[in-house]
Design a protein around this ligand. Structure first.
Ligand code: ADP
Length: 623
């Protein structure tokens, strides 16, 4: 019977639960992952379409703006490859200076003659001075430049400086391919250097640098580089910085091929520039926008980008804007044929799709639902597992009970059989011995009788069919009767019972038989669980309106953690089973049930090794 509940069963069951639950939870997680990923992909696709639209609008607006007089980016107008007009921010240098008026040397023939052939600087100076008035602007400008040079030659530096001042008023007029303004500044600086006026020189050089950086004049790359070098020699710590974007655009212009493509991304050492061109009336108009500026305008048109997405533009697989890492795993793309844009637009997922910030509201709801369901699944599995474990434990307890009962029966039956055999065989010689044997036979059959009665009563109680016949009785009388019946049994193991009852009559309303069984069970336990100390005590006294009966022993005692459970049916103490003390585990359960049916209370006070005291409190009757 005992083996019928397998020890491995609960573990196997638990394993099954674990497997089925894990499979369930894993399935849910997988579904969840699919949904969240699809959601993220959908969201990214939608965002990408929005971004493409915004970029298209940005380009349209830029093209529109290039026609205005003051675009925010550089617009250049070319005749063939020759720069004829510029709008928007100036550049430090250009591919070609505007076609210069062919310089006219004729007016200066006499002056040159005087200076170089005749070595007469003063005559040359008078000649040149006469040309500073009443001539064409370019002739006048050149006259001032020559004057300044001649004055320097004569060592008249103050006059040279004022000649350069006069020259600077011609600003953009070109002399030998260079603007008058630039020549005037350089000339002044040279004079100041010659004079050793260092602080004045530094100031002059600063001004020159500021003008160069600001793109005040239309210079070729060569002229710009040379002027820059010269200025930096005079002023090694310039106040103004060269704007990187302008240099970038200037470099991009230098790389333009004519005729330029309608839309192109030009790559320079310092970054990429978007160039677009239109043909009007034989002229080529080119707009140049640094990609960084284009990005800023694109983003302000787009408004908001969902979190966890970054934009990248590529041309033929080469990144011109954004992150160079564009794998098909983490990004979606729209290609030029469908968008009419010069780039492939990529939406790159920068965060994991499971990052809380990247989740869409729908995905967030789904995630919570899946989480809740997993929790319920795990919780449900745990409860079922616990219930099954409990059932199994109960089954084990019951099978233990059956084994204990069989054992209980066997002991008196064996004794009865042996005694009967001896008596029947006429092998007991003296009457005295025979008398002892009959007495033993009586005790054993009585024990068997009580055992069966007890189990039957327990069965009735379990079935709720135990009926009590309540009547006023005297507690002391019941105790006396129980003790006198119990004493012979106790004596068999050498125990004695001491009864102390109060002198007064202690009346209770009770069922004589049942309440007697309670005291019997308690006495029986007291004797069973005190193998060393051979005395057990039973006392009765009045306590307020109640009657208190105590059964005390000085036996093995009960561990604290078992003191509550021993009142449950079939539960036996660990020491009882370990020491092989006979018992079925129903005695205390029955006693507790009977006492509570009488409106009373059964409790225990015990210390392991120090004995136990079971107290029964019954409501008293006024006598
Ligand atoms: P059993 O048939 O095992 O005696 P009971 O229901 O009468 O069943 O008692 C339950 C358990 O309580 C016992 O197995 C024993 O461990 C413990 N117990 C009961 N009475 C005593 C006692 N007087 N001293 C020590 N342990 C006791």
């Amino acid at each position: 019977m005992h083996g019928f509940v397998h020890a491995a069963s609960p573990r196997r069951l638990f394993a099954w639960f674990l497997i089925t639950t894990s499979v369930g939870v894993a399935g849910l997680a997988w579904l969840m992952w699919l949904v969240v990923r699809d959601d993220a992909i959908e969201q990214r696709d939608r965002a990408l379409d929005g971004a493409v639209g915004a970029l298209q609008r940005t380009l349209a607006r830029i093209t529109e703006e290039s026609r205005s007089m003051t675009p925010t980016f550089t617009v250049l107008e070319f005749d063939q490859a020759l720069l004829v007009r510029r709008k928007g921010p100036t550049l430090p240098y250009y591919p070609s200076a505007p076609a210069a008026a062919v310089s006219d040397d004729a007016p200066f023939a006499a002056a040159d003659m005087a200076e170089f052939a005749k070595q007469n600087v003063r005559v040359a100076l008078t000649d040149v001075e006469s040309l500073t008035t009443g001539q064409a602007a370019n002739v006048r400008a050149e006259a001032w430049l020559r004057m300044a040079r001649l004055e320097r030659k004569l060592g008249r530096f103050d006059r040279a400086l004022s000649a350069y001042d006069a020259l600077s008023r011609f600003e953009d007029i070109e002399i030998g391919g260079l603007p008058a303004g630039l020549l005037a500044r350089q000339g002044r600086a040279l004079v100041l250097e010659q004079l050793g006026r260092e602080s004045d020189l530094a100031r002059e050089a600063d001004r020159l640098l500021a003008d160069l950086v600001a793109g005040k004049w239309v210079l070729t790359r060569q002229a710009y580089d040379f002027s820059m070098m010269q200025a930096l020699r005079w002023q090694p710590q310039p106040a103004a910085d060269v704007p990187r974007d302008r240099v970038m655009v200037a470099d991009a212009v230098a790389s333009l091929r004519f005729p330029p493509a309608a839309q192109a991304t030009l790559t320079t050492a310092s970054g990429c520039v978007f160039a677009f061109s239109t043909e009007t009336a034989g002229r080529t108009i080119v707009g140049l926008v640094p990609m960084t500026e284009l990005y800023a305008r694109w983003m302000s048109t787009l408004g908001k980008t969902p979190r966890g997405i970054a934009w990248t533009l590529t041309v033929d697989g080469r990144t011109v804007l954004g992150s160079p890492d564009v794998s098909s795993q983490t990004s979606a793309a729209r290609f030029p044929p469908e968008t009419q844009l010069p780039w492939t637009v990529h939406a790159v997922s920068t965060a994991s799709v499971f990052a809380p910030s990247a989740l869409t509201p729908r995905a967030r709801i789904l995630a919570s639902a899946a989480g809740l369901m997993s929790l319920m699944l795990v919780g449900g599995a745990w409860f079922i597992n616990r219930a099954v474990a409990r059932e199994l434990a109960a089954a084990r307890i019951q099978s233990d009970f059956v084994a204990a009962v069989s054992h209980e029966f066997r002991t008196p039956l064996t004794s009865i059989r042996q005694l009967s055999e001896l008596l029947a065989g006429g092998r007991v010689s003296t009457d005295e011995r025979r008398g002892q044997f009959y007495g033993a036979l009586l005790r054993e059959s009585d024990r068997l009788h009580r055992l069966i009665e007890g189990l039957l009563t327990f069965g009735r109680m379990e079935a709720g069919q135990q009926h009590y016949l309540f009547e006023p009785i005297d507690t002391t009388a019941v105790l006396r009767s129980v003790v006198s019946e119990f004493e012979p049994l106790a004596a068999a193991t050498g125990h004695c019972v001491e009864l102390h009852a109060a002198a007064s009559v202690l009346r209770v309303r009770a069922d004589w038989q049942s309440i007697g069984r309670v005291f019997w069970n308690l006495l029986d336990n007291a004797v069973k669980y005190s193998p060393e100390c051979k005395t057990v005590w039973i006392t009765a006294e009045a306590l307020d309106q109640n009657v208190l009966i105590r059964v005390r022993d000085e036996g093995v005692g009960i561990p604290r953690e078992e003191q509550a459970s021993i009142f449950q049916k079939f539960v036996r103490g660990t020491q009882a089973t370990r020491d092989g003390i006979a018992g079925t585990g129903v005695g205390l359960a029955m006693a507790a049930q009977i006492v509570s049916a009488h409106g009373g209370r059964l409790s225990v006070d015990s210390h392991p090794g120090g004995g136990s005291t079971f107290s029964v409190v019954l409501p008293g009757l006024k006598s």
